[in-house]
Design a protein around this ligand. Structure first.
Ligand code: AMP
Ligand code: MG
Length: 481
């Protein structure tokens, strides 16, 4: 009965500064809720011959696979701007699974019990939020945005104390690694340059081997991570995703979306949109995501200062110049991304004004972000009356004129739009509906939602209900659940 695990655990071989060796705390009565068979297949793992009871034991950590080597990783983080030493307080990395020699994935249990980094937490997670992470991370993946994935969720058979007693759960998270900006902050705070070099070289080996032999590895790493994280936030802006808690411990060096807590998708276009219950100043609002990405990258750059140049002043100068390129890089990428959404080829000096005019119209008229682009692609969704608006029609006339400058066919333009604009996103009310049913042991609604969300760019039949904006005006999301 071979599943196909191929563990090669490199992070656990680092010194004790980087992690704590610890096993998941066994749970009382695990039960499998969902297994991502498609992802398992991509990972070359075969669970088909394992019965549900064994699967529950496996994905709860009650019985660990051969070759695993469980650790909790140390990291720090700026949480809403305040620096804290953190670490996996409710997660353990069970190992690194090799799909082949070029594809290495962390397999991590989230909600697996207390560690030395737990502070006052119970080390546990609740079923609803773990299924929510499962749904949204799979949707983000289908939107072709780099992300951690979700392999399985089990119920633990134990109650977890939150505002009341809730069913406990463990999520199996798959990531190209869990190295965060905060991992560098933790090691930098310890002020041991050898450890910092070890982390830098480890990260380069794992994610950016192309700079292994470069002259200034720290500077090249900074530039590459900046490029990756900039591209990530561009993708979020493209689909209206609001991460909600962009603390430096939740920013992966790989450029994957990580830590699905208070995230949600924006319905009507409003740059100030915030869903997180604790984000009262809008630090992580939709429009603030790019400047916060830059802010987080500046914290990353600070960690690398001792490795950029022996002369500290020189290192600071170089790092500052590098980080200050962010806006320029972002602006170019953003314009191109918006051109793609509108099916525009080439560049015209009025493109930016054209784009801003559409966004302003959407904001003023509370038009749905996703559905407006669907309307431009001639895909009918809900509430189409809004598109009879005179200003909107005037705008589309200008847009049509710009399309004529494309020097390309209408088909190609539409194709570009269809690969940039989702037809369906996880609408808040639909996600809530699925979670409510799942809490009552009915997975049908969630499976139906997943089957639609995993085809996010396809014009599917009978999905109007999944395309309508949420009525949940004051929709709120939560951290650490
Ligand atoms: P998050 O808000 O999920 O990014 O978590 C921030 C930090 O709090 C991380 O170090 C987590 O491991 C830790 N944490 C969150 N929830 C718990 C919990 N229930 N028990 C222990 N640690 C937790
Ligand atoms: Mg986190």
């Amino acid at each position: 009965m071979t599943i196909g695990w191929h563990f090669d655990n490199t992070y656990s071989k680092l010194s004790s500064t980087f992690k704590e060796d610890i096993k998941p705390t066994p749970v009382h009565d695990p039960e499998l809720v969902i297994l991502n068979e498609k992802l398992a297949e991509d990972l070359k793992l075969d669970f088909s011959k394992i019965n549900k009871k064994e699967l529950a034991k496996l994905f709860s950590g009650n019985s660990l696979p051969d070759g695993s080597n469980t650790i909790a990783q140390a990291y720090a983080g700026h949480q809403f701007g305040h620096f804290t030493m953190l670490g996996d307080g409710r997660a353990v990395l069970i190992g690194e699974h090799l799909v082949n020699k070029n594809f290495r994935f962390d397999i991590q249990f989230k909600g697996s019990g207390r560690t030395s980094f737990s502070r006052n937490g119970d080390g546990r997670a609740v079923l609803g939020p773990m299924l929510r992470e499962y749904i949204i991370s799979e949707a983000i993946n289908s939107l072709k945005i780099p992300t951690t994935r979700s392999l399985a969720v089990v119920k633990t058979g134990e109650k977890v104390v939150r505002e009341n007693l809730l069913p406990g759960a463990i999520l199996t998270r798959v990531a190209s690694s869990h190295i965060r900006v905060g991992t560098f902050q933790y090691i930098a705070a310890k002020q041991n340059i050898d450890d910092l070099k070890i982390l830098m070289n480890y990260t380069i080996d794992r994610h950016y081997p192309e700079i292994k032999t470069s002259k200034n590895k720290a500077l090249d790493l900074l530039n590459l991570v900046m490029e990756k994280q900039c591209q990530l936030v561009i993708n979020w802006m493209r689909v209206g995703f609001i991460h909600g808690v962009m603390n430096t411990d939740n920013m992966a060096i790989s450029g994957e979306t990580i830590d699905y807590g208070p995230c949600a998708f924006m319905d009507h276009y409003d740059p100030k949109t915030v869903f997180s219950s604790i984000d009262s100043h809008g630090r992580y609002s939709f429009a603030n995501q790019p400047p916060i990405t830059k802010w987080n990258l500046a914290r990353f750059a600070e960690c690398l200062i001792p490795l950029i140049d022996k002369d500290q002043d020189e290192a600071i100068k170089i790092a500052t110049e590098t980080i200050n390129n962010f806006e320029k890089i972002y602006e170019v990428k953003w314009l191109n991304m918006m051109r793609d959404k509108l099916g525009l080829f080439g560049e015209d000096k009025n493109d930016k004004i054209l784009i801003k005019d559409l966004l302003n119209w959407m904001e003023k008229n509370k038009a749905d972000y996703t559905n407006t682009f669907c309307n431009l692609m001639n895909i009918k969704t809900s509430n189409n009356e809004i598109y009879n608006n005179k200003d909107y029609i005037n705008w589309t006339n200008k847009w049509q004129k710009r399309i004529l400058l494309n020097n390309s066919s209408k088909d190609k333009s539409l194709k570009l739009m269809k690969s940039s604009n989702p037809v369906v996103i996880p609408r808040n009310h639909k996600v809530e509906e699925a979670l409510k049913e799942a809490n009552e042991n009915n997975l049908e609604v969630m499976n139906k939602l997943l089957s639609i969300l995993t085809k996010s760019y396809e014009n599917q039949k009978n999905i109007e209900d999944f395309q309508s904006p949420s009525n949940t005006k004051e929709y709120q999301t939560f951290c650490g659940t």
